[in-house]
Design a protein around this ligand. Structure first.
Ligand code: BV8
Ligand code: ZN
Length: 297
């Protein structure tokens, strides 16, 4: 693993412009399962197989139970040191830093009327103007028909989904046991739009769906405005596009890519990157200290 000094030397360059691409590994230390690998299974489904329009069309109740379970977990956890370090970097570098998060792990405070909803990044104090949610947010609820999107932290959204919102004292929610049947839920019992009566869905970007084109244009404009000095690739397997494409593009422009990942064999790193192996929640505060601790500010 590269020593911290190598990265700190980069940071002390002339006000480096930094882009961060963040994945589920950043939230792992907060207690949220990652999207693939051991954390990526729900009952006997791969998370990726439930995050598609086809899965929702085939079985909206199962998909809603999956997302209700994730919403419920998000309400139980707090940001970690990695979220806080990125928020401090955003405050220190202002427009010289942009964070692209793939994570949909919104986190809400009692002040649910806040919009956009505070998520783990924002609850750590990350200024919203330097944060882009590439794949949407868990607490946005979108109408499948009229596309009206509302922020709703009800847990569960409707009584029929209650089985996914329970905490079980001595272990796992029985819903996660694939040998047990899922509750039978009719379409009429699922969340429906208050405007047109259409069935609602989670306000996230599923596989096969386009990301917000205006957001993507803003990201490209930031990247192209001036040279980016450092790209941080944090807690992601870098298999999902277009998110994974940003680091690839950076490498073609000879921008230094710095990978932070728990897995020493992560495929997210390429030869020539600075690679830091470990928990992002622990590593990021140490890595970013020259720009984020009071002595450096
Ligand atoms: C699109 C929301 C146009 C839902 C998600 C080009 C090439 C190949 C394929 C494509 C391509 N372009 C488009 C595609 C298709 C597809 C895609 O990328 N498929 C992949 C799987 C091959 N992309 C799309 O469909 C995108 N749309 O491009 O539109 C289009 C349309 C149709 C056809 C073509 C083009 C939409 C993608 C968005 C999907 N939605 N999330 C939900 O969350 O439920 S993506 C989902 O994966 C999550 O958001 C997650 O964040 C994201 C990425 O996963 P990771 O965050 O990396 O998580 P993972 O578990 O994989 O890895 C965790 C990592 O952390 C590991 O490396 C682990 O070692 C590490 N780690 C663990 N603990 C720690 C740690 N690191 C540090 N510290 C720790 N403590
Ligand atoms: Zn509607």
């Amino acid at each position: 693993m590269t020593d911290l000094a190598a990265f700190h030397t980069l940071l002390r360059g002339n006000s480096p412009r930094i882009l961060a691409i963040v994945g589920a590994g950043l939230s792992a230390s907060s207690g949220l399962p990652t999207f693939r690998g051991a954390g990526g299974l729900w009952r006997n489904y791969e998370s990726t197989s439930l995050a598609t329009p086809g899965a929702f069309a085939r079985d909206p109740a199962l998909v809603w139970l999956f997302y209700t379970w994730r919403r419920h977990m998000c309400l139980q956890v707090d940001p970690n040191g990695g979220h806080a370090a990125l928020a401090a970097l955003a405050k220190a570098r202002g427009g010289g830093f942009l964070c692209l998060t793939q994570n949909v792990d919104s986190e809400c405070l009692p002040t649910a009327e806040l919009s956009p909803p505070p998520d783990l990044h924002e609850r750590a104090g990350h200024p919203t103007d330097t944060l882009r949610h590439l794949h949407g947010r868990l607490f946005d609820v979108k109408c499948s028909r009229c596309k009206k999107t509302e922020y709703n932290t009800d847990d569960p959204l409707v009584p029929a989904l209650a089985a996914a919102s329970v905490d079980v004292a001595d272990g796992e929610n029985p819903l996660l046991d694939p040998s047990r049947p899922v509750p039978q839920i009719t379409a009429s019992e699922l969340p429906h739009c208050s405007s047109c009566g259409g069935i609602q869905r989670p306000g996230v970007v599923w596989f096969g769906e386009n990301l917000d084109s205006r957001m993507l244009r803003e990201v490209d404009a930031w990247i192209d405005a001036k040279p980016v000095d450092i790209v941080l690739v944090i807690g992601t397997s870098s298999v999902v596009y277009p998110a994974a494409g940003y680091a690839e593009r950076a490498r073609t422009r000879h921008t230094k890519v710095v990978t932070v990942n728990l897995d020493p064999e992560t495929e997210a790193a390429e030869p020539g990157d600075l690679v830091y192996v470990g928990d992002a929640a622990q590593l990021l505060p140490a890595l970013l200290a020259p720009l984020t601790t009071s002595s450096s500010l």
